[in-house]
Write a protein that binds this ligand. Structure first.
Ligand SMILES: Cc1ncc(C[n+]2csc(CCOP(=O)(O)OP(=O)(O)O)c2C)c(N)n1
Ligand code: SF4
Ligand SMILES: [Mg+2]
Length: 351
């Protein structure tokens, strides 16, 4: 595979973040995806979120499976660690890396085929193990890379480019994630940067498993009349619930929403997650409300976007397993080797 590097020159007045970097410093190679592919907009949103959060690129590990979506980590954060794994197997690699070094930001990029079809088992278990990461699914309802077969997130009755209807019920990954223990679940649209960037920032700051289902139209195979994952369909059928803005500690909190419409949640690093309730009765801190809302809106053919569920006191895999704070690679022999006597006791327990 050949990677085309982007020219380094940029306008001297481009805004710089706390690290003195411009958003161009967070780019990757030139994208080889189809022009207009939603996945490129998701990559652009990740670049903006990391730039605005002043995330040091060397503290990020990007992980993916196989698919057009899984190719995208090449197109953002070119200076970060990266591992393009096997189809549907990104969760295993992410779990191993995360257990060995909890100090990095983990960004997993997957597709609806990668996570809801071949990788469904892996997806379910990474959610319930609460691996501390941001897990993004670029959801186009199709296998883009292999030329447009229906994926398991494709809606029943939605048609292929040739007009053939999908016969099966869709898997809703956001609903699954809420049910089996994710502590941050959001849905957004690749064409809605205003909503997607704050959600990504909040997900990156979340101390637990953060899942983002991003409807990301495939312009080559699933953007026609009859598709429920096309730009036109999503624009006409989405309904925003609780939106999120992440307010870093350095910024003064501006009160610019009507009383009762916004609620602030403290994040562990001192920043604030401001929840904007667009529906008075929507409480994103209730799994029951989130599931009920998703089911009711799905029945009406509406796509609910925004922050669907948030546990503001989350636990992650490291808390559950009481792991050491330091990366395993930084531990010496004395910490890693429990000694012959202790080893003998452990072995004896298994006999
Ligand atoms: C084990 C295995 N089975 C099948 C394939 C063929 N294959 C490659 S990508 C893909 C589907 C990708 O769909 P999705 O994850 O939705 O990504 P998209 O291209 O739509 O972004 C398939 C079936 C493969 N690479 N490996
Ligand atoms: S085939 Fe579809 S998913 Fe793949 S790059 Fe083209 S538009 Fe994007
Ligand atoms: Mg897909």
């Amino acid at each position: 595979m050949t990677f085309v590097a982007k020219p380094k020159a940029h306008h001297p007045k481009l805004p710089r973040n706390e690290l003195g970097l411009t958003r161009r410093d967070y780019e990757g190679a030139v994208s080889t995806l189809c022009a207009g592919c939603g996945h490129d907009s998701v990559s652009a949103a990740i670049i903006q979120a990391c730039h605005e959060l002043s995330v040091p690129a060397h503290r990020v590990a990007k992980l993916s499976g196989i698919g057009c979506s899984s190719k995208t980590p090449t197109y953002f954060l070119g200076k970060s660690h990266g591992f393009n794994s096997v189809h549907g197997r990104m969760p295993s690699v992410a779990t191993g890396a995360n257990m060995a070094n909890r100090e990095l930001y983990y960004i997993g990029i997957s597709g609806d085929g990668d996570s809801a079809s071949i990788g469904l088992g892996q997806f379910a278990h990474i959610v319930r193990r609460r691996i501390n990461m941001t897990y993004v699914v670029d959801n186009n309802g199709t296998y883009g890379l292999t030329k447009g077969q229906f994926s398991a997130t494709n809606d029943k009755g939605s048609t292929s480019k040739k007009g053939v209807p999908n016969l099966y019920e869709p898997i809703d990954l956001a609903m699954m994630a809420i049910q089996i223990g994710a502590t941050f679940v959001a849905r957004s649209f690749s064409g809605d940067k205003e909503q997607l960037v704050p959600l990504l920032k909040a997900a990156l700051k979340h101390e637990g498993f953060a899942f983002l289902d991003v409807i990301s139209p495939c312009v080559a195979f699933n953007n026609h009349d009859g598709s429920t994952k096309s730009y036109e369909y999503v624009r006409g059928h989405s309904s925003a619930m609780a939106l999120a803005d992440l307010i870093p500690t350095r910024d003064a909190i501006e009160v610019d929403y009507a009383p009762g419409a916004a609620e602030d949640v403290a994040m562990p690093d001192g920043s604030t997650l401001r929840l904007r309730k667009l529906r008075e009765d929507y409480d994103p801190r209730s799994r029951v409300t989130a599931m009920d809302t998703l089911m009711r809106m799905n029945e009406k053919g509406e796509i609910v976007t925004g922050l669907l569920f948030l546990d503001d006191n989350p636990s992650d895999c490291h808390e559950i397993l009481a792991t050491v704070d330091e990366p395993l690679a930084s531990l010496g022999e004395a910490e890693l080797c429990p000694g012959s006597e202790r080893l003998e006791t452990i072995n004896a327990a298994f006999r």
